[in-house]
Write a protein that binds this ligand. Structure first.
Ligand SMILES: [Zn+2]
Length: 474
């Protein structure tokens, strides 16, 4: 089979697997009785709070979108003109040295030219009192995050280039499954390797809260060895929690400021949402879909980047040639942006189910609403984001959509006790794949999805810039 045919076959098989997984495992109809219209912000927030959220979102969007646009333009210039090839040509060493150097060079160029937006965005975040982090610590987080991106992206590109050099025609059939396996391994080791780079974790101390959480987990039939508290308050003022890992690495993590600042009922509501993710194995489901997506990406890449005869009758080396690394990175960035609505659309379904579960399990819509109010105030959330922006980038339902779920729960409870929903037989689920924060960088890590399920979009171990960038999706 030719390189192009192998690529097409890999893409077709992976796409079929993705569609079957998505049809079976995504809760396409998570709200009993059908989707609800969003609640009215003026019933839950003051005019000043509503205006503050809009103010924050306006400039957060401007800086995030500018950063994204500049990085895409830069990547296109490097990837689609001779500039990128010339850059790689000057790098020393054999191909397996040139590849990581090329990835690092592209990443650093993009980072430096988008740095002004990062600084502007961070000043904006500070002006709104959304960060506790000093500039020095911010820079350290940014550097760590950058190094991690270079390392993960290099590994992925090395696999691609290595396979293409070893098996010039059949490489997509080897690289596709290999990258799919990398996604699964990445998701398993992420909580153990990456999360500790950004936070430290301590077990939630013995006490009524811990007892309630473990009791809830027990009633829901979720295996939870421990509930961990992350020291997020040294970085951010916003509140969050998440579940990550699966199998023996699964963990429920709550932010310390959530435990400290919220009432016990609100904290239990957050944890009930996370336990729903755990019960439905959402991280594993997202990882599986992400693995199929990665293999699909390899097939498409093979179709676009297969060896071509150039003008002087030499072929351009295709994926096997390190000179094409900038082009590969540009294609991945564009593909990531185009795939966002699919990934986020699936993620919103999963998140809605977790909210519905949390309301059912706790039977405490008041605490759920109080929680949404707190979260929105603390993160200056835009309560009525533009529909297109939310459709494209929103990994979670909007605050007002979440409150509408609680309103309907309250209305139902007044009429009759609710039936206990049965756990779906097919429980895997999709997740946060990539997000604007991932795409403001070059990032093949965009293809490393689904590794954690935060409670809300503002989330943990990335830098303030990235956290803020993700908030524009509300
Ligand atoms: Zn969630």
């Amino acid at each position: 089979m030719s390189e192009r045919r192998t690529s097409a076959a890999v893409a077709l098989v992976a796409a079929a697997v993705f569609v079957v997984l998505a049809v079976l495992w995504v809760p396409w109809d998570p709200v009993p009785g059908g989707a609800l219209p969003a609640a009215d912000p003026s019933r839950y927030f003051t005019d000043a709070e509503i205006a503050r959220g809009e103010d924050f979102a306006r400039w957060a969007r401007v800086w995030s979108w500018s950063s994204l646009a500049v990085s895409l333009v830069l990547l296109s210039l490097l990837g689609l003109t001779r500039a990128g090839r010339a850059l790689v040509g000057r790098l020393p060493g054999p191909w397996w040295v040139q590849v990581p150097l090329a990835v690092a060079a592209v990443e650093v160029v993009v980072r430096l030219l988008t740095l002004p937006f990062a600084v502007l965005l961070r000043r904006h975040v500070l002006e709104f009192g959304l960060s506790n982090q000093a500039w020095g610590a911010f820079a350290v987080d940014l550097a760590k995050s950058e190094a991690l991106d270079v390392a993960v992206t290099s590994l992925v590109v090395l696999v691609l280039v290595g396979c293409a050099r070893r098996w010039p025609r059949a490489w997509p059939a080897v690289a596709g499954p290999s990258l799919a396996a990398l996604v699964v391994v990445g998701s398993l080791v992420y909580p153990l390797v990456v999360e500790p780079l950004f936070n430290s974790f301590t077990p939630l101390p013995e006490g009524p809260l811990r007892a309630r959480i473990l009791d809830l987990a027990d009633r829901e039939g979720v295996d939870v060895d421990d509930v961990l508290v992350a020291d997020a308050s040294r970085r951010t003022t916003t509140l969050n929690a998440y579940v990550s890992g699966f199998g023996s690495t699964r963990r429920v993590v709550v932010y310390d400021n959530l435990v400290d600042d919220l009432g016990e009922d609100e904290t239990v509501s957050v944890v009930a949402h996370e336990l729903s993710h755990a019960r439905h194995r959402d991280v594993l489901g997202g990882t599986t879909l992400g693995a199929a997506g990665a293999a699909l990406g390899v097939g498409l890449l093979g179709l676009v980047l297969s060896r071509r005869r150039t003008g002087d009758a030499h072929d351009d080396g295709g994926v096997a040639h390190p000179g094409n690394v900038p082009r590969l990175l540009a294609l991945v960035a564009v593909a990531g942006l185009l795939a966002s609505p699919v990934q986020n659309g699936i993620s919103r379904q999963v998140e809605t189910r977790a909210d519905v579960d949390a309301l059912r399990v706790t039977d405490d819509p008041d605490a759920f609403v109080a929680l949404q109010q707190q979260l929105a105030r603390r993160s200056a959330a835009d309560l009525t984001p533009p529909a297109w922006s939310h459709w494209w980038f929103g990994s979670h339902p909007t605050t007002m959509a979440r409150i509408a779920l609680a309103e309907s729960r309250t209305a139902q409870s007044e009429v009759q006790p609710l039936p206990v929903a049965t756990a779906s037989q097919v429980e895997l689920k999709m997740s946060r794949m990539l997000s604007p924060k991932a795409k403001t960088m070059t990032t093949i890590r965009a293809a490393m999805p689904a590794i954690r399920r935060p409670y809300s979009t503002a989330e943990a171990p990335r830098s303030e810039l990235l956290r803020a960038a993700s908030m524009m999706r509300r």
